[in-house]
Design a protein around this ligand. Structure first.
Ligand SMILES: [Ca+2]
Ligand SMILES: [Ca+2]
Length: 393
Protein backbone atom coordinates (compact mmCIF):
# COMPACT_ATOMS: atom_id res chain seq x y z
CA UNK A 1 0.00 0.00 0.00
CA UNK A 2 2.70 2.41 1.07
CA UNK A 3 4.76 1.45 -1.96
CA UNK A 4 1.94 2.24 -4.39
CA UNK A 5 1.47 5.70 -2.82
CA UNK A 6 5.15 6.43 -3.36
CA UNK A 7 4.80 5.25 -6.98
CA UNK A 8 1.88 7.60 -7.56
CA UNK A 9 3.85 10.50 -6.07
CA UNK A 10 6.87 9.67 -8.21
CA UNK A 11 4.68 9.47 -11.33
CA UNK A 12 3.15 12.83 -10.48
CA UNK A 13 6.60 14.39 -10.05
CA UNK A 14 7.72 12.84 -13.34
CA UNK A 15 4.67 14.11 -15.21
CA UNK A 16 5.17 17.57 -13.74
CA UNK A 17 8.83 17.55 -14.81
CA UNK A 18 7.86 16.42 -18.31
CA UNK A 19 5.21 19.09 -18.63
CA UNK A 20 7.81 21.78 -17.85
CA UNK A 21 10.14 20.41 -20.53
CA UNK A 22 7.36 20.22 -23.12
CA UNK A 23 6.12 23.71 -22.39
CA UNK A 24 9.50 25.16 -23.35
CA UNK A 25 9.60 23.56 -26.77
CA UNK A 26 7.42 23.06 -29.80
CA UNK A 27 7.38 21.11 -33.04
CA UNK A 28 6.27 24.32 -34.72
CA UNK A 29 8.67 27.24 -35.11
CA UNK A 30 5.93 29.86 -35.31
CA UNK A 31 4.48 28.63 -32.03
CA UNK A 32 7.79 28.37 -30.22
CA UNK A 33 8.97 31.83 -31.33
CA UNK A 34 5.61 33.63 -31.45
CA UNK A 35 6.03 37.40 -31.74
CA UNK A 36 9.79 37.15 -32.26
CA UNK A 37 11.74 38.56 -35.18
CA UNK A 38 13.71 35.67 -36.66
CA UNK A 39 16.88 36.49 -38.55
CA UNK A 40 16.96 33.38 -40.75
CA UNK A 41 17.11 35.16 -44.10
CA UNK A 42 19.62 37.74 -42.80
CA UNK A 43 22.46 35.22 -42.80
CA UNK A 44 24.93 35.62 -45.67
CA UNK A 45 24.89 32.07 -46.98
CA UNK A 46 28.31 32.32 -48.65
CA UNK A 47 29.88 33.46 -45.35
CA UNK A 48 29.06 30.26 -43.43
CA UNK A 49 32.17 28.34 -42.37
CA UNK A 50 31.91 25.23 -40.23
CA UNK A 51 33.87 22.32 -38.82
CA UNK A 52 33.91 19.22 -41.02
CA UNK A 53 30.82 17.05 -40.97
CA UNK A 54 29.33 13.86 -42.30
CA UNK A 55 28.43 13.97 -46.00
CA UNK A 56 25.58 16.36 -46.82
CA UNK A 57 25.29 17.34 -43.16
CA UNK A 58 27.29 20.56 -43.30
CA UNK A 59 26.98 23.60 -41.04
CA UNK A 60 25.06 25.53 -43.69
CA UNK A 61 22.08 23.25 -42.99
CA UNK A 62 21.63 25.16 -39.71
CA UNK A 63 20.49 28.22 -41.63
CA UNK A 64 18.10 26.89 -44.28
CA UNK A 65 14.82 27.04 -42.33
CA UNK A 66 14.41 23.30 -42.84
CA UNK A 67 14.40 20.94 -39.83
CA UNK A 68 14.82 18.06 -42.28
CA UNK A 69 18.45 19.04 -42.93
CA UNK A 70 21.03 19.00 -40.14
CA UNK A 71 24.57 19.81 -39.08
CA UNK A 72 25.97 16.50 -37.87
CA UNK A 73 29.60 15.91 -36.89
CA UNK A 74 32.01 13.93 -34.75
CA UNK A 75 34.77 16.55 -34.84
CA UNK A 76 35.05 18.75 -31.75
CA UNK A 77 34.93 21.45 -30.79
CA UNK A 78 32.47 22.05 -33.61
CA UNK A 79 32.70 25.69 -34.62
CA UNK A 80 30.49 27.58 -37.07
CA UNK A 81 30.99 31.22 -38.05
CA UNK A 82 28.82 33.38 -40.27
CA UNK A 83 28.08 36.97 -41.18
CA UNK A 84 24.75 38.79 -41.20
CA UNK A 85 23.65 41.28 -43.87
CA UNK A 86 24.09 44.03 -41.25
CA UNK A 87 24.59 44.42 -37.50
CA UNK A 88 21.84 43.05 -35.27
CA UNK A 89 21.21 43.06 -31.55
CA UNK A 90 20.48 39.42 -30.85
CA UNK A 91 18.34 38.72 -27.81
CA UNK A 92 17.61 35.04 -28.31
CA UNK A 93 18.22 31.84 -30.23
CA UNK A 94 16.01 29.04 -31.49
CA UNK A 95 17.59 25.60 -31.77
CA UNK A 96 15.85 22.68 -33.46
CA UNK A 97 16.67 19.03 -32.89
CA UNK A 98 17.15 16.77 -35.92
CA UNK A 99 15.47 13.79 -37.57
CA UNK A 100 16.71 11.00 -35.31
CA UNK A 101 17.63 12.39 -31.88
CA UNK A 102 15.01 10.09 -30.32
CA UNK A 103 16.68 7.01 -31.87
CA UNK A 104 20.17 8.19 -30.92
CA UNK A 105 19.99 9.76 -27.45
CA UNK A 106 22.92 11.95 -26.51
CA UNK A 107 23.42 13.70 -29.85
CA UNK A 108 22.34 17.09 -28.52
CA UNK A 109 25.15 19.57 -27.72
CA UNK A 110 26.65 19.18 -24.25
CA UNK A 111 26.81 22.98 -24.16
CA UNK A 112 26.61 25.59 -26.86
CA UNK A 113 28.22 29.02 -26.82
CA UNK A 114 27.20 31.98 -28.96
CA UNK A 115 29.70 34.74 -29.70
CA UNK A 116 29.36 38.03 -31.55
CA UNK A 117 31.92 40.12 -33.44
CA UNK A 118 32.05 43.16 -35.64
CA UNK A 119 35.28 42.27 -37.43
CA UNK A 120 35.06 38.49 -37.75
CA UNK A 121 38.22 38.15 -35.65
CA UNK A 122 37.60 39.36 -32.13
CA UNK A 123 34.58 37.63 -30.62
CA UNK A 124 32.64 38.42 -27.45
CA UNK A 125 30.69 35.73 -25.65
CA UNK A 126 26.95 36.48 -25.65
CA UNK A 127 25.38 33.37 -24.14
CA UNK A 128 26.23 29.85 -23.07
CA UNK A 129 23.64 27.08 -23.08
CA UNK A 130 23.67 23.97 -20.94
CA UNK A 131 23.42 20.21 -21.39
CA UNK A 132 19.88 20.24 -20.04
CA UNK A 133 18.63 22.62 -22.73
CA UNK A 134 17.46 20.06 -25.28
CA UNK A 135 15.69 16.73 -25.06
CA UNK A 136 16.24 13.57 -27.07
CA UNK A 137 13.32 14.26 -29.37
CA UNK A 138 13.06 14.81 -33.12
CA UNK A 139 12.24 18.01 -35.02
CA UNK A 140 11.59 20.12 -31.90
CA UNK A 141 12.25 23.85 -31.62
CA UNK A 142 13.58 25.40 -28.41
CA UNK A 143 13.63 29.15 -27.80
CA UNK A 144 16.23 30.72 -25.51
CA UNK A 145 16.20 34.41 -24.66
CA UNK A 146 18.86 36.43 -22.88
CA UNK A 147 19.89 39.99 -22.09
CA UNK A 148 22.19 41.45 -24.69
CA UNK A 149 22.28 45.05 -25.91
CA UNK A 150 25.29 44.88 -28.25
CA UNK A 151 24.88 44.55 -31.98
CA UNK A 152 27.17 42.41 -34.09
CA UNK A 153 27.65 41.66 -37.75
CA UNK A 154 29.44 38.32 -37.25
CA UNK A 155 28.47 35.39 -35.08
CA UNK A 156 30.14 32.19 -33.91
CA UNK A 157 28.60 29.02 -32.49
CA UNK A 158 30.90 26.75 -30.54
CA UNK A 159 29.89 23.25 -29.43
CA UNK A 160 32.52 21.41 -27.33
CA UNK A 161 30.92 18.01 -27.84
CA UNK A 162 27.77 15.89 -27.70
CA UNK A 163 25.85 15.30 -24.52
CA UNK A 164 27.05 11.68 -24.71
CA UNK A 165 28.61 9.42 -27.32
CA UNK A 166 30.66 10.73 -30.25
CA UNK A 167 28.15 12.39 -32.59
CA UNK A 168 26.45 15.79 -32.22
CA UNK A 169 23.62 17.09 -34.37
CA UNK A 170 21.15 19.96 -34.58
CA UNK A 171 18.98 20.88 -37.54
CA UNK A 172 18.44 24.63 -37.12
CA UNK A 173 20.20 27.48 -35.33
CA UNK A 174 18.17 30.68 -35.61
CA UNK A 175 19.13 34.07 -34.22
CA UNK A 176 16.28 36.09 -32.69
CA UNK A 177 16.46 39.85 -32.83
CA UNK A 178 16.58 41.58 -29.47
CA UNK A 179 15.42 45.04 -28.63
CA UNK A 180 17.59 47.82 -27.26
CA UNK A 181 14.59 49.38 -25.55
CA UNK A 182 11.79 47.78 -23.59
CA UNK A 183 14.33 46.07 -21.37
CA UNK A 184 15.70 46.65 -17.93
CA UNK A 185 19.28 47.91 -17.51
CA UNK A 186 21.92 45.17 -17.09
CA UNK A 187 23.29 44.01 -13.73
CA UNK A 188 26.34 46.29 -13.87
CA UNK A 189 24.13 49.38 -13.91
CA UNK A 190 24.46 51.82 -12.17
CA UNK A 191 28.24 52.09 -12.18
CA UNK A 192 29.03 55.51 -10.68
CA UNK A 193 29.04 54.34 -7.07
CA UNK A 194 27.48 57.70 -6.21
CA UNK A 195 24.30 56.60 -4.47
CA UNK A 196 22.80 59.45 -2.43
CA UNK A 197 21.89 59.14 1.27
CA UNK A 198 18.22 59.33 0.35
CA UNK A 199 16.62 57.32 -2.43
CA UNK A 200 17.66 54.35 -4.55
CA UNK A 201 18.57 53.88 -8.18
CA UNK A 202 15.44 54.00 -10.33
CA UNK A 203 15.34 50.86 -12.44
CA UNK A 204 12.64 50.29 -14.97
CA UNK A 205 12.11 49.73 -18.64
CA UNK A 206 14.28 51.63 -21.08
CA UNK A 207 12.34 53.98 -23.35
CA UNK A 208 13.41 56.19 -26.22
CA UNK A 209 15.38 55.66 -29.38
CA UNK A 210 15.84 52.10 -30.53
CA UNK A 211 18.95 53.10 -32.51
CA UNK A 212 21.25 56.10 -32.52
CA UNK A 213 22.54 58.57 -35.09
CA UNK A 214 22.99 57.07 -38.55
CA UNK A 215 21.07 53.96 -37.53
CA UNK A 216 23.79 52.89 -35.10
CA UNK A 217 22.27 50.02 -33.11
CA UNK A 218 24.94 50.44 -30.42
CA UNK A 219 23.96 54.05 -29.71
CA UNK A 220 20.28 53.62 -28.87
CA UNK A 221 18.71 54.64 -25.57
CA UNK A 222 20.02 51.49 -23.85
CA UNK A 223 23.60 52.75 -24.17
CA UNK A 224 22.89 55.47 -21.58
CA UNK A 225 21.76 52.86 -19.07
CA UNK A 226 24.32 50.07 -19.47
CA UNK A 227 26.80 50.97 -16.73
CA UNK A 228 29.54 51.64 -19.28
CA UNK A 229 30.78 55.26 -19.53
CA UNK A 230 32.39 54.54 -22.90
CA UNK A 231 29.19 53.48 -24.68
CA UNK A 232 26.84 56.36 -25.41
CA UNK A 233 23.38 57.31 -26.51
CA UNK A 234 23.59 59.34 -29.71
CA UNK A 235 20.36 61.09 -30.71
CA UNK A 236 19.32 61.42 -34.34
CA UNK A 237 19.84 65.19 -34.16
CA UNK A 238 19.47 68.21 -31.88
CA UNK A 239 16.27 67.69 -29.90
CA UNK A 240 15.61 64.58 -31.97
CA UNK A 241 15.30 61.53 -29.78
CA UNK A 242 15.88 60.70 -26.16
CA UNK A 243 17.01 58.04 -23.72
CA UNK A 244 14.78 57.36 -20.75
CA UNK A 245 13.34 55.06 -18.12
CA UNK A 246 9.76 54.03 -17.45
CA UNK A 247 9.96 53.67 -13.67
CA UNK A 248 6.61 51.86 -13.56
CA UNK A 249 5.36 54.17 -10.79
CA UNK A 250 5.73 57.84 -9.82
CA UNK A 251 9.07 58.76 -8.32
CA UNK A 252 10.50 61.87 -6.66
CA UNK A 253 14.14 62.33 -7.64
CA UNK A 254 16.83 62.73 -4.99
CA UNK A 255 19.84 62.80 -7.31
CA UNK A 256 20.75 62.71 -10.99
CA UNK A 257 24.14 61.50 -12.19
CA UNK A 258 25.21 62.03 -15.80
CA UNK A 259 28.44 61.00 -17.50
CA UNK A 260 29.21 62.81 -20.77
CA UNK A 261 30.48 61.07 -23.87
CA UNK A 262 34.26 60.96 -24.24
CA UNK A 263 35.48 63.76 -26.49
CA UNK A 264 32.14 65.58 -26.48
CA UNK A 265 32.12 67.49 -23.18
CA UNK A 266 30.55 70.48 -24.96
CA UNK A 267 27.45 68.41 -25.64
CA UNK A 268 26.66 68.29 -21.94
CA UNK A 269 25.51 71.89 -22.34
CA UNK A 270 21.73 71.88 -22.67
CA UNK A 271 21.35 68.41 -21.19
CA UNK A 272 17.89 68.10 -19.70
CA UNK A 273 16.31 65.57 -17.43
CA UNK A 274 12.59 65.66 -17.97
CA UNK A 275 9.68 63.93 -16.30
CA UNK A 276 6.27 62.92 -17.63
CA UNK A 277 3.25 60.93 -16.63
CA UNK A 278 1.87 60.39 -20.13
CA UNK A 279 5.01 60.32 -22.33
CA UNK A 280 3.61 63.31 -24.24
CA UNK A 281 3.92 66.29 -21.90
CA UNK A 282 7.42 66.58 -20.49
CA UNK A 283 8.51 68.85 -17.64
CA UNK A 284 12.13 69.88 -17.23
CA UNK A 285 13.60 68.89 -13.88
CA UNK A 286 17.20 69.80 -14.65
CA UNK A 287 18.96 71.84 -17.33
CA UNK A 288 22.78 71.84 -17.78
CA UNK A 289 23.91 75.43 -18.26
CA UNK A 290 27.42 74.75 -19.46
CA UNK A 291 29.66 72.17 -21.03
CA UNK A 292 31.13 69.53 -18.74
CA UNK A 293 34.54 70.56 -17.38
CA UNK A 294 35.89 67.03 -17.35
CA UNK A 295 35.03 63.59 -18.67
CA UNK A 296 33.65 62.55 -15.33
CA UNK A 297 30.43 62.01 -13.43
CA UNK A 298 28.25 65.12 -13.20
CA UNK A 299 26.26 65.02 -9.97
CA UNK A 300 22.99 66.94 -9.68
CA UNK A 301 21.82 67.02 -6.07
CA UNK A 302 18.19 67.14 -4.95
CA UNK A 303 18.23 70.90 -4.29
CA UNK A 304 19.18 71.47 -7.94
CA UNK A 305 16.20 69.48 -9.25
CA UNK A 306 13.12 71.57 -10.09
CA UNK A 307 9.46 70.67 -10.58
CA UNK A 308 10.25 67.49 -8.68
CA UNK A 309 6.66 66.46 -8.09
CA UNK A 310 6.65 62.80 -9.00
CA UNK A 311 6.84 61.29 -12.47
CA UNK A 312 6.68 57.81 -13.89
CA UNK A 313 8.68 58.51 -17.07
CA UNK A 314 12.06 60.20 -17.07
CA UNK A 315 14.23 61.04 -20.02
CA UNK A 316 17.55 62.56 -20.97
CA UNK A 317 17.00 65.08 -23.73
CA UNK A 318 18.93 67.94 -25.34
CA UNK A 319 17.36 70.70 -27.44
CA UNK A 320 20.49 72.89 -27.54
CA UNK A 321 23.30 70.58 -28.55
CA UNK A 322 23.49 67.21 -30.29
CA UNK A 323 23.09 65.52 -26.93
CA UNK A 324 25.30 62.46 -26.80
CA UNK A 325 25.59 61.02 -23.31
CA UNK A 326 27.58 58.16 -21.81
CA UNK A 327 25.49 57.28 -18.77
CA UNK A 328 22.41 58.54 -16.96
CA UNK A 329 21.51 57.50 -13.42
CA UNK A 330 18.34 58.60 -11.66
CA UNK A 331 17.90 58.16 -7.92
CA UNK A 332 14.71 58.70 -5.96
CA UNK A 333 11.85 57.25 -3.99
CA UNK A 334 8.40 56.10 -4.98
CA UNK A 335 5.48 58.44 -4.41
CA UNK A 336 3.05 56.73 -2.03
CA UNK A 337 -0.54 56.39 -3.24
CA UNK A 338 -1.82 58.43 -0.29
CA UNK A 339 0.60 61.24 -1.10
CA UNK A 340 -0.77 61.69 -4.63
CA UNK A 341 -2.95 64.64 -3.67
CA UNK A 342 -0.06 66.37 -1.94
CA UNK A 343 2.12 65.86 -4.97
CA UNK A 344 -0.47 67.56 -7.18
CA UNK A 345 -0.66 70.48 -4.76
CA UNK A 346 3.09 70.97 -4.72
CA UNK A 347 3.13 70.73 -8.51
CA UNK A 348 0.95 73.84 -8.68
CA UNK A 349 3.20 75.66 -6.26
CA UNK A 350 6.31 74.61 -8.10
CA UNK A 351 5.04 76.14 -11.32
CA UNK A 352 5.26 79.60 -9.72
CA UNK A 353 8.58 81.34 -10.38
CA UNK A 354 10.95 80.82 -7.47
CA UNK A 355 13.00 84.00 -7.13
CA UNK A 356 15.57 82.57 -4.76
CA UNK A 357 16.36 79.67 -7.05
CA UNK A 358 17.23 80.90 -10.54
CA UNK A 359 17.53 77.41 -11.96
CA UNK A 360 13.85 76.88 -11.21
CA UNK A 361 12.88 79.31 -13.94
CA UNK A 362 14.57 77.29 -16.65
CA UNK A 363 11.81 76.90 -19.21
CA UNK A 364 10.15 73.52 -19.19
CA UNK A 365 9.23 73.63 -22.80
CA UNK A 366 10.79 76.25 -25.00
CA UNK A 367 12.35 76.43 -28.39
CA UNK A 368 16.04 75.90 -28.71
CA UNK A 369 17.04 79.55 -29.12
CA UNK A 370 15.21 80.88 -26.11
CA UNK A 371 16.70 78.15 -23.97
CA UNK A 372 20.17 79.00 -25.23
CA UNK A 373 19.76 82.76 -24.73
CA UNK A 374 18.26 82.23 -21.32
CA UNK A 375 21.09 79.93 -20.32
CA UNK A 376 23.83 82.30 -21.42
CA UNK A 377 22.16 85.13 -19.52
CA UNK A 378 21.72 82.96 -16.48
CA UNK A 379 25.30 81.73 -16.58
CA UNK A 380 26.52 85.33 -16.79
CA UNK A 381 24.30 86.44 -13.96
CA UNK A 382 25.05 83.78 -11.40
CA UNK A 383 28.30 82.35 -12.70
CA UNK A 384 28.92 78.76 -13.55
CA UNK A 385 27.95 76.38 -10.81
CA UNK A 386 30.00 73.25 -10.77
CA UNK A 387 27.86 70.17 -10.49
CA UNK A 388 30.77 67.86 -10.70
CA UNK A 389 31.88 65.49 -8.07
CA UNK A 390 34.85 63.23 -8.47
CA UNK A 391 34.20 59.59 -8.72
CA UNK A 392 35.53 57.90 -5.60
CA UNK A 393 37.39 54.80 -6.67
CA1 LIG B 1 18.21 22.72 -41.40
CA1 LIG C 1 26.85 53.84 -21.55
Amino acid sequence: MKKSVISIVLCAILLFTLSIAVSSASEDLATEAAGKTLLIDKVKQDSIVGTGSFANEEAKNLFDDDPGTKFCTNIFPAVVTWEMDKAYVVGGVVICTANDNASYPGRNPATWILYGSNDGTNYTKIYEGSAADLDDVNFTYYLFTFNNSSSYTHYKLEIPGPESGTVMQISEFILVEGSSTGKTPPADYPSSGLKPAKGDIILGTIIGNEVGWGGNANAGAHAAFDGDVVTFFDPLGIGDGYAGIDAGAKYILTQIVIHPRDGFLDRYYGAEIQGSNDMENWTTLFFAEDAAAEWDWQVITEDMIQNNTGYRYFRYFNEVMHGDVGEVELYGYKVEETAATDATASATEASEPAAEAPVATAPATADMMSVAIFSVALAGAIGFVSYKKRRSL
